[in-house]
Design a protein around this ligand. Structure first.
Ligand code: SF4
Length: 416
C-alpha cells in the first residue's frame, strides 16, 4: 500500500510566532514566511515533533485541498521540503537540524568535580591594557572602551614583571589575536623592551594608538620587530583639520599594508568627513566605527541599527544558527585584562577575576555564570520575533544605549 509523507530538508529551520512560520534554509539563506492556516498548522506541528524527525504521514484526502497544494508548491519551489511516496509504512529517515553540545554548561554547573583540561582553548582573543597613562583628556575617554577596543586613561601601569608573567601564560593559549591598548602606548617607559617581550608571542598583534599620540619612530620599531604586528590608529574627528590628517596619513604611508585607520564617527557630518578623507586616500586600510555619545541616538539608529533590507541580506549557515542559540558570536572567547590587573570577559560586565588568579578558574566562572560569552538575543521583544536566531547577536552598543533591540522596527513578514 502506498503511503505519502511530507518531509522538510535537514538544512531547514522552522520558527513560528502567533501568525506566521518562517522557514529558513541554511544552505541558500532563503527565508520564506508562510501565514498560519487551519490546514497546514497541524502538519507543521507534527513535522516539528522531535520523534517525527521533520517527516509526517499525510491523510489520503488532503491532496485536493487548495491550501495544502499551495503549501507544497512553496516548499518544493524553495527547496524546503516535498512529498515522498513509500510502499511500506516505515517513516523515511530524516535528520532535522538540532544542536548537540559535547560540553553542556549544565554539566559543568551541577557537577562540582567537572573540570575541562582544555578550557583555556576557548580563549581566542586577548585585549591587554599595558598602561592607563595618558595626558590628552579626551571628552569621552571613559566611554570609548565600553563600545570599542580603545585606549583609556587610568592611574595604573602594568609592571614589566607582570607583563613578563602574563606573556609566559599567553604563549600557551590558542589565540587568534592579541590587542594591546594604553593609555599612551608609544610613550611607555621601556617601550622597546616591552615590544621585544611581546614579539615572542607568535600571534597577530594589534597595537591600538590614538591619532594624537602617533610617534613614527616607535611605530617603525614595533612593525620592524615583528611581522605579525599591525597598528590600529583611532581617529576622532572633533577638532581635527582635514589637511593635518591627510599629512599624517601620508607620513605613515610607507607602512600602509600594516596600518589600519579606525575612524570613529558619531554623526552624519563626521561620516561625510570620513568619506571625503577616504576619497583622497584610496589605498589606506580602514574601518568605520560608530560611537554612541549619548546625544546621537537618531544617528546610531539610522546608520547602525539593522533595517529590513539588512535582515533580508543576512546569510547564516547551520553552525552560525546553532551558535546564536547558545553563545554570543561577538564576544565568545574574548578576554580583557586591564592595567590594574582586573580581568573581564566584557568590560561592561562585572569583573571576572584578577591577573593573579588561576586563569582556568576565571574562564570556568565566565562560562558557568552565563556572562557576555553566553549573552544571546533573548528579551520580551526578540523572543517574539521570528528573526531572533538570524539577527546579529546582542552588542555593547545596545547595552550602552539601553536598547533591547538592534533593529529599526517595525519589521515586515513578506509571505511567500
Ligand atoms: S533585534 Fe530582536 S526584534 Fe529586532 S529583528 Fe532582531 S530579533 Fe527581531
Amino acid at each position: 500500500m502506498k503511503n505519502k509523507w511530507i518531509y522538510i530538508e535537514p538544512t531547514v529551520f522552522i520558527w513560528q510566532d502567533s501568525t506566521h512560520y518562517l522557514f529558513y534554509n541554511a544552505i541558500n539563506s532563503k527565508k520564506v514566511f508562510i501565514p498560519h492556516n487551519n490546514t497546514i498548522n497541524p502538519i507543521v506541528q507534527s513535522l516539528c515533533i522531535e520523534k517525527n524527525s521533520y517527516c509526517t504521514k499525510l491523510d489520503d484526502d488532503i491532496s485536493n485541498n487548495k491550501e495544502f497544494e499551495e503549501f507544497i508548491d512553496i516548499l518544493s519551489s524553495n527547496r524546503l521540503g516535498n512529498i515522498i511516496t513509500c510502499y511500506d509504512s516505515k517513516r523515511p529517515v530524516n535528520i532535522p537540524p538540532k544542536l548537540i553540545l559535547d560540553k553542556p554548561v549544565e554539566n559543568i554547573k551541577t557537577n562540582g568535580e567537572y573540570f575541562d583540561p582544555k578550557i583555556l582553548d576557548d580563549i581566542n582573543e586577548l585585549i591587554i591594557q599595558l598602561s592607563g597613562n595618558c595626558n590628552i583628556n579626551c571628552k569621552n575617554c571613559s566611554e570609548f572602551k565600553l563600545q570599542l577596543i580603545h585606549c583609556s586613561q587610568s592611574e595604573h601601569t602594568m609592571s614589566n614583571e607582570k607583563i613578563e608573567q602574563l606573556i609566559k601564560q599567553v604563549k600557551h593559549l590558542n589565540l587568534k589575536k592579541l590587542n594591546i591598548i594604553g593609555g599612551d602606548l608609544l610613550s611607555m617607559k621601556k617601550f622597546e623592551s616591552i615590544i621585544d617581550l611581546l614579539s615572542s608571542v607568535c600571534v597577530k598583534k594589534i597595537f591600538n594608538v590614538h591619532y594624537h599620540q602617533l610617534k613614527l619612530d616607535k611605530i617603525q620599531y614595533l612593525l620592524n620587530k615583528d611581522e605579525t604586528s599591525l597598528v590600529r590608529i583611532c581617529v576622532h574627528f572633533d577638532g581635527i583639520e582635514q589637511n593635518q590628517l591627510l599629512r599624517q596619513i601620508e607620513k605613515v604611508g610607507k607602512y600602509n599594508a600594516r596600518v589600519l585607520w579606525s575612524f570613529i564617527v558619531s554623526s552624519e557630518n563626521e561620516l561625510e568627513f570620513c568619506y571625503s578623507i577616504l576619497n583622497k586616500c584610496k589605498s589606506i586600510q580602514h574601518e568605520i566605527k560608530p560611537f554612541y555619545n549619548k546625544n546621537n541616538e537618531e544617528f546610531i539608529r539610522e546608520f547602525v541599527f539593522v533595517n529590513q533590507e539588512d535582515i533580508d541580506a543576512i546569510n547564516l549557515n547551520k553552525r552560525e544558527i546553532f551558535a546564536n542559540q547558545v553563545l554570543n558570536r561577538n564576544y565568545f572567547g574574548k578576554i580583557t585584562i586591564l592595567a590594574n590587573g582586573k580581568i573581564f570577559d566584557n568590560i561592561n560586565f562585572k569583573v571576572a577575576g584578577n591577573i593573579d588568579d588561576c586563569l582556568e578558574d576565571v574562564i570556568h566562572k565566565i562560562i558557568t555564570e552565563g556572562r557576555s560569552w553566553r549573552w544571546i538575543r533573548s528579551n520580551d521583544i526578540c523572543d517574539n520575533c521570528l528573526y531572533k536566531l538570524i539577527c546579529p547577536p546582542p552588542s555593547n552598543l545596545e547595552l550602552v544605549m539601553k536598547s533591547k533591540v538592534i533593529c529599526q522596527t517595525p519589521k515586515s513578514y513578506k509571505s511567500a
